[in-house]
Design a protein around this ligand. Structure first.
Ligand code: A3P
Length: 389
């Protein structure tokens, strides 16, 4: 009997002991988390949770559009506005965790890009007449159906340029494959040659500008733009030629409830033409001077002039002149030749310069009305008047 009592007492004590150990353990964990949080705040120059949001933003390094993202995240975080617009420690910590992540990604990606770029430069000095694959120094970022293929094919004729064939889609679809993969997509170049690629979907993909910036903040960007109304019709013509009769009519996709006053801005064909919106995203990372705008209509009617400006922007000697071009009257588009004495002309294939379907005047005027204010803002932002009506 006494033995049983002793055993029970011992078991109860042991239970209690475990409870205490567990309790102390939990307390220690909470204390260490709290002190870690405070340390994070102290390390970042915040003495108390009463630091203002503006103070917080001002202390953040420049993450391009990530900073803008943060401004969007914090106010809707729920933990943020206690009173007087002051963030709580929880929201500050969250923001720091986010910015730390970005910082880490940025640093590791940038240093990887730096190593690759430095290697490219060393090879430039060493390689003499040997062709090497290098990361592009210039990218044609869009816009789809504005003449991006024509521009790339024209540039390819320049002896100091090497261009990719298919669109690599690295920064939007294959980014996880890394810069080495991207480099392997590039053609071999001689030391004096410029590498260029084109992927028109870069223009509209939110993540792309900062990714390009991380590869190299010196990347030259080229944007071909065309009247957004004809661009949309051209895009739709391409969809029709790919999917034939299964496609909805232009009107039923472009307008909500078949009402020509209500534009369906979620339809990608319409959305791409909001150039000012996409450009804003690029300008939150790159300066305007680093983007060259090619007038899509002028590239057809006056390719010599447009190419002169492109060559100047890319730092190329003025090799391509109007003498390289010939207007193919039956197709209504210019073709190019390798040298001004050559008798062989290169015209783009049939998929470029398709005949567009005729749409009712009401549809066209509604689209014009819709795009007009966006175009006006785009002219202001670029300091160029494209004269789209
Ligand atoms: P359309 O087929 O609607 O006429 P992208 O290469 O960006 O997809 O653009 C295709 C558009 O490039 C064509 O649209 C066409 O208008 C334009 N383009 C400009 N220069 C051209 C050229 N020399 N040959 C063919 N198409 C050209």
């Amino acid at each position: 009997m006494r033995g049983l009592i002793l055993f029970r007492t011992f078991r109860n004590c042991r239970k209690k002991l475990w409870y205490h150990v567990l309790l102390i353990g939990c307390l220690l964990l909470v204390i260490s988390v709290l002190s870690f949080n405070s340390r994070v705040l102290l390390q970042n120059g915040f003495s108390s949770p009463s630091s203002s949001v503006e103070e917080f933003y001002s202390k953040l390094p420049d993450f391009g559009y990530h900073n803008r993202n943060l401004r969007n995240i914090l106010p809707y975080d729920g933990t943020h506005r206690r009173r007087n617009d002051q963030p709580t420690r929880k929201s500050l910590n969250k923001a720091y965790r986010l910015s730390d992540n970005w910082n880490m990604t940025l640093t590791s990606e940038s240093s990887q890009a730096k190593v690759l770029m430095e290697r490219d430069n060393e090879e430039l000095e060493e390689s003499g007449s040997v062709r090497k694959r290098r990361l592009p120094q210039a990218i044609i970022i869009g816009a789809k159906k504005s003449g991006t293929r024509a521009l790339l094919e024209f540039l390819r004729v320049h002896p100091d340029v090497q261009a990719t064939g298919p669109e690599p889609h690295f920064f939007d679809k294959h980014y996880h494959k890394g810069l080495e993969w991207y480099r392997n997509m590039m053609p071999g170049t001689l030391p004096h040659q410029l590498t260029i690629e084109k992927t028109p979907s870069y223009l509209i993909t939110k993540e792309v500008p900062s990714r390009v910036y991380r590869m190299s903040n010196l990347t030259k960007l080229v944007l071909v733009v065309r009247d957004p109304v004809t661009r949309a019709i051209s895009d739709y013509t391409q969809i029709l030629s790919k999917h034939g009769g299964k496609v909805k009519s232009f009107q039923s996709s472009a307008f909500l409830n078949n009402d020509t006053t209500k534009i369906n801005t979620s339809w990608i064909v319409i959305r791409i033409g909001l150039y000012v919106k996409h450009l804003e995203n690029w300008l939150s990372v790159f300066p305007l001077e680093q983007i060259h705008f090619v007038h899509g209509e002028n590239l057809v009617t006056n390719p010599g002039e447009e190419m002169r400006k492109v060559q100047e922007f890319l730092g190329l000697r003025p090799f391509l002149t109007e003498k390289h071009f010939f207007m193919n009257k039956t197709r209504g588009f210019p073709c190019i030749r390798k040298t001004i004495n050559s008798k062989r002309w290169h015209c783009l294939d049939e998929s470029k310069g398709r005949k567009h379907p005729t749409l009712p005047a009401k549809v066209i005027s509604s689209l014009r009305r819709f795009y007009r204010p966006y175009n006006a803002k785009f002219y202001k932002m670029t300091n160029i008047n494209f004269h789209w009506t």
